[in-house]
Design a protein around this ligand. Structure first.
Ligand code: ATP
Length: 317
């Protein structure tokens, strides 16, 4: 599937799916990207997260060669997006946020045309059939693009990005405003492509999607990457579990530093490790404070996101 290998005297190196080095991007005086270094390996399912304005779409448009970086370099499957634009672009399929389409073709014609644009001929037709079926477009294959409903158009545009069978697929908020059925169908199909070896890069505002699907996550804030790790490690290191307690007496002073929220007789403690539950119980027992009710809530990627990106969502400058 177009994987690219480099040979040197001692070993075979597989090119990274995406290699981003020292990228900055200025729009006039405003620096939208402030030094991004990121490597995504072939076969990864990767999430790029961040609040509005963090720079995700700008980074994606630089990957696709639609805009030029102010400084730095991006390689797709080993190909520089500028000096080897065509090869880099052929290796990439980008599902954009906005719905832009050509109204003159039906779905199948549009997909064939798109694949042809990337140098693919009739040998690519079985793949186009697979994409049409995988995205639930079989009944609409001969329908003109302008006659499709909004949801079906969204499916067709996802299919369009995949038509040339790119090894690296970037999905920029593909599920924004789509119904549950399409969301589930899309993820089942994209997971299948990932299992076949395609690299998937996803930006989404639905953090539970990133948590369920992605092995690794980069969180961006104001043009920088503020966290880059496996989903599991981010959850372990940055997410606090919440212990809600209803007590008969006042919370002992030793536990005050853990308080996240207090409402009436309910107090919520933030715990970084499960073992802290034992400590809390011991301190309460020693202080002879009884527990009326207790609930432990697991942390999720949303907590990590809020911890790292904080309340400055959308802040600029
Ligand atoms: N062509 C442009 N001219 C000037 N500023 C721009 C331009 N494109 C993007 N920006 C600015 O760069 C910053 C990053 O925008 P970008 O669209 O990359 O963010 P994003 O993380 O994709 O946000 P969202 O989640 O809302 O899509 C924003 O402050 C935006 O206003």
């Amino acid at each position: 599937m177009g994987f690219r290998f480099f040979w040197d005297s001692e070993r075979v190196c597989v090119a990274a799916a995406i290699e981003i080095t020292g990228i900055t991007k200025r729009f006039g005086d405003f620096e939208a990207l402030r030094g991004i270094d990121l490597q995504i390996e072939q076969g990864e399912f990767f999430a790029l997260l961040g609040p509005n304005g963090a720079g995700k779409s700008t980074l994606i448009s630089l990957m696709a060669g639609l805009q030029q970086a102010t400084t730095g370099q991006i390689r797709i499957m080993g190909h520089d997006v500028h000096t080897e634009y065509q090869r880099a672009r052929h290796a990439l399929g980008v599902v954009p946020q906005e719905l832009v389409f050509d109204p003159f073709f039906n779905v199948r014609e549009m997909l064939r045309f798109q694949a042809g644009y990337f140098g693919r001929g009739p040998e690519n037709d079985p793949w186009i059939d697979e994409v049409i079926e995988g995205l639930g477009l079989t009944d609409k294959a001969h329908t003109n693009m302008r006659k499709l409903s909004g949801g079906m158009k969204r499916r067709a545009l996802i299919a369009q990005a995949l038509a040339h069978k790119p090894p690296v697929i970037v999905l920029d908020e593909p599920t924004a405003g789509v119904d549950v059925e399409l969301r589930q169908m899309l993820w089942a199909f994209i997971q299948q492509l990932n299992q076949q070896g395609h690299t998937i890069i996803l930006t989404t505002h639905y953090l539970e999607e990133a948590e369920a699907l992605c092995q690794r996550v980069a969180m961006m804030k104001q043009g920088r990457i503020v966290a880059l790790d496996t989903t599991r490690a981010l959850l372990k290191n940055h997410a606090t579990k919440q212990l809600s307690l209803r007590l008969t007496g006042a919370l002992p002073p030793q536990l005050l530093s853990l308080v996240k929220q207090q409402q009436g007789d309910e107090v919520i403690l933030g715990l970084s490790e499960l073992t802290q539950v034992e400590t809390v119980l011991r301190v309460l027992r020693e202080a002879k404070v009884e527990i009326q009710d207790m609930q432990l809530q697991e942390a999720d990627l949303e907590d990590v996101f809020l911890n790292l990106v904080g309340n400055q969502q959308g802040a600029q400058g």
